[in-house]
Ligand binder design. Structure first.
Ligand code: ATP
Ligand code: MG
Length: 140
């Protein structure tokens, strides 16, 4: 069950703390995404480990889990044609220092770890990650 029209984003803790929820959502809006579901919440360590399980062998895994549980995040399902690719273009490279001018990570990212936002990397993961955060009843 793969859809090409949704992606899952998180606004990461440091971007939330710095007051960038509004500016980031404005970019999302301007780029033509529709917000299907959205919530602010604080991940538990187990939830963050589960979400990033694909990276569990990477050297930065424990730091990433600690960072992602350091404060509230905003999770959202975004809808647009080719949402995964379109959103990754809007947010830019993983490392804000290498991201294209005008992208979300260039504008609002602090470091490769605290890079402002997450974006799903495939249509299958968009479906899996959306189900991680939202039930059917929370989608509009
Ligand atoms: P995301 O999955 O968050 O959208 P991405 O797909 O661009 O980011 P991944 O390779 O999936 O990048 O890495 C997941 C997250 O792990 C990154 O967003 C970043 O927060 C962190 N990360 C990746 N590489 C490093 C690194 N070398 N050092 C520290 N943190 C890293
Ligand atoms: Mg990724």
């Amino acid at each position: 069950m793969t859809h090409k029209n949704i992606t899952l984003t998180m606004i990461k803790p440091l971007a939330v703390q710095k007051g960038f929820i509004g500016p980031i959502l404005a970019k999302v809006n301007e780029a033509g995404f529709r917000i299907v579901a959205m919530k602010q919440m604080k991940l538990t360590v187990d939830q963050a480990k589960d979400f990033y399980a694909i990276h569990k062998e990477r050297p930065f895994y424990n730091d990433l889990v600690a960072f992602m549980t350091s404060g509230p995040i905003v999770a959202a399902i975004l809808e647009k044609e080719n949402a995964v690719e379109a959103y990754r273009e809007l947010i830019g490279s993983t490392n804000p220092a290498q991201a294209t001018d005008g992208t979300v990570r260039k504008l609002y990212g602090t470091s490769i770890e605290a890079n402002a936002v997450h974006g799903s990397d495939s249509d299958d993961n968009a479906v899996i990650e959306s189900a991680f955060f939202f039930s059917k009843l929370e989608r509009f």
